[in-house]
Design a protein around this ligand. Structure first.
Ligand code: MN
Length: 323
């Protein structure tokens, strides 16, 4: 059987849906034609159309998640660009699902999100706040638009990062850090260039509140455009910038809203220029340089560990959380 690790639907090889978590009846429409499966680029590719048309040659060239630097190297980032939601009594979000082997870091720029997990931890984050959820050995959690915010509706703008954990810490106990805008604080950049909010790491004397497993800088840069910003990082670390608002040039190359700029290994001295006000998320960290095998909500070092994660999830070892 095949289970969708995000929504929990389980399908028999015939394509018939045989389980929907929390539901006693399964609608006839919940099925796929059948699902020939092919493993390629460390992804599991599943055909859900006519099985006669399943052809491995049709699998597009894809980035292998077994590349130790896949997240930043290949621009994979869960970016909820600004979007206006209508008022609703039924908050949007993602129901109960597992994670193991990494952290989810959610930064709220506009809108409010509620989180609950199977350790009993939880909280609501509002604009300027950050939720740093270390899944490590495993949690079940659910993430929804906060009910009051959903009732009012409005603009929603967030980023969720997947932060890998080194092998030595993948099976640590889970941890939850709710970081408020007040704790994060803000510091002035030189020459009236704007402000920086340090979530993790350090800018000058300003130390961010997040406790991280490996050294990470995570900064929210809000630029006025009055002066360029000079930043410098150690040579063999990964540095990336996501443009949240406005346009900038990074070492002379233009970057616009939604662009993720990943610096070359030897390009860690940055000059960021904004002609007008702009907002950027800066990500910097030391490389873990271990094998990465990612599958759905699990990020481990080997396929065996992925199989163990799936077995542990199916046997209830991640605990329980009501939907
Ligand atoms: Mn999640």
């Amino acid at each position: 059987d095949l289970r969708c690790m995000y929504h929990g639907f389980k399908f028999a090889p015939s394509g018939r849906c045989v389980e929907i978590p929390g539901e006693t009846t399964i609608p006839e429409i919940a099925r796929v034609a059948s699902y020939p499966v092919e493993s390629r680029h460390s992804w599991i590719w599943v055909w859900i159309g006519d099985p006669a048309k399943a052809d491995a040659a049709l699998i597009p060239p894809a980035v292998g998640l077994d590349d130790a630097r896949w997240v930043l190297r290949h621009g994979q980032l869960d970016y909820a660009a600004p979007f206006d939601f209508e008022p609703t009594e039924h908050p949007g979000g993602v129901g109960v699902h597992p994670h193991r082997g990494f952290e989810t870091v959610t930064l709220a720029f506009e809108g409010s999100v509620a989180h609950h997990d199977s350790t009993g931890a939880g909280g609501v984050i509002h604009p300027g706040d950050v939720q740093w959820m270390t899944a490590a050995s495993g949690v079940l959690h659910k993430e929804y638009h906060e009910a009051e915010w959903a009732r009012r509706g409005g603009r929603f703008h967030m980023v969720q990062l997947v932060v890998n954990l080194p092998a030595a810490h993948k099976m640590d106990p889970p941890r939850y850090q709710g970081l408020t805008a007040e704790q994060i604080g803000r510091s002035d950049l030189p020459d009236g260039a704007g402000i920086v909010r340090v979530v993790a790491g350090r800018y000058g004397d300003h130390v961010g509140p997040a406790e991280t497993v490996t050294p990470i800088n995570l900064w929210d840069l809000q630029l006025t455009g009055a002066a360029p910003v000079q930043l410098s990082f150690p040579r063999d670390e990964t540095v990336a910038l996501l443009v949240l608002d406005g346009s900038v040039t990074v070492n002379g190359t233009a970057a616009n809203h939604r662009d993720l700029v990943v610096l070359d290994d030897d390009g860690t001295d940055l000059t960021v220029d904004a002609a007008e006000p702009a907002r950027l998320l800066l990500l910097n960290g030391t490389r873990i340089d271990e094998p990465v095998v990612a599958y759905g909500p699990f990020v481990m070092n080997t396929r065996t560990q992925i199989m163990e994660a799936i077995q542990d999830f199916e046997s209830g070892a991640f605990g329980h959380l009501d939907d």
